[in-house]
Write a protein that binds this ligand. Sequence first.
Ligand SMILES: Nc1ncnc2c1ncn2[C@@H]1O[C@H](COP(=O)(O)OP(=O)(O)OP(=O)(O)O)[C@@H](O)[C@H]1O
Ligand SMILES: [Mg+2]
Length: 219
Amino acid sequence: MRVIAIANQKGGVGKTTVTMQLGAALSRRRRVLVVDVDRQQSTVWWAENVRDRLPFDFAGNQHLNVLTRLRELQVEYDFVLVDTPGNLEDTPVLETALNAADFVVVPLTPEPLAVEPTLRTIHRLVEPRQLRHAVLLNRIDARIPSQLNTWRELLDATWGVPRFDTYLRQYKTQAEAPVLGDLVTTLRDNRRTAGTISDVTRVGLEMTQQFAPALSGRW
Ligand SMILES: Nc1ncnc2c1ncn2[C@@H]1O[C@H](COP(=O)(O)OP(=O)(O)OP(=O)(O)O)[C@@H](O)[C@H]1O
Ligand SMILES: [Mg+2]
C-alpha cells in the first residue's frame, strides 16, 4: 500500500481535481481508496455527483485517525490518495496527512502567485520529512506554446524541485467534471474529452512508475 498525499498550501491549484482524476486513472489497474481530510469536503460533493459510477473506494469526511488506522488494519489497497486542505489554518491537518504519506504530489498552476506558497510547502513541510515528492504542473494552457517549457525550466533550474514529466492541460472538461459528476473513467472518449483523458492517464502511468518495478509490471 502506498499513501499518496496531494498537497499544496496554495489554494485552488488542483489538489481535489488531481486526487479524484488520478484516483480514477489508477483504479483501472489497481485497488484505490480516496480519502478526504479537507473540511471543505470538495471530493464528497464530487463523489456524490458521480454516484454508482465511482471506480474507487471512497472515505469522505474523515477524521485524520483514518490514516493511521489504515496501516493497522493492513487494508488491501495499492494506492490510498489523500486530498488535503490548501490553507494555512489547516496546516496541522496537512502535517498529519504528510506523516502518513509515502509520496507527495504537489499540483502547481503556472501563476506567479502560486510559486511562494508551493516552495514553502515543499521546503517547510515535505523536505524535512524526507518524503518523496514531485510537482505536477496543472492548467497548462495549450494556446501559450512557451508556457510549459518556461515552467519546467523554473522547476528544474531555478528552484531545483522534482517534477512529473507529464502534466495536465487546462480543459473545460476538467472544470466541469465535479458538477457533472465526471471522472476520466466515466467520460466518453471524444474530441472534447480526449485531452483530459490522455493527460490524466499519462500522469497515472508516471505515478505507477515512481514505484517501479514493484508495481509497474502489472500495467
Ligand atoms: N486542468 C484543469 N482544467 C480546468 N480547470 C481546472 C483544472 N484543474 C483544476 N481546475 C479547476 O480549478 C479550480 C480549483 O481546482 P481544485 O478545486 O481541484 O483545487 P484545490 O487545490 O483542491 O483547491 P482548494 O485549495 O480550495 O482545495 C476548480 O474549479 C477546478 O475545476
Ligand atoms: Mg480542494
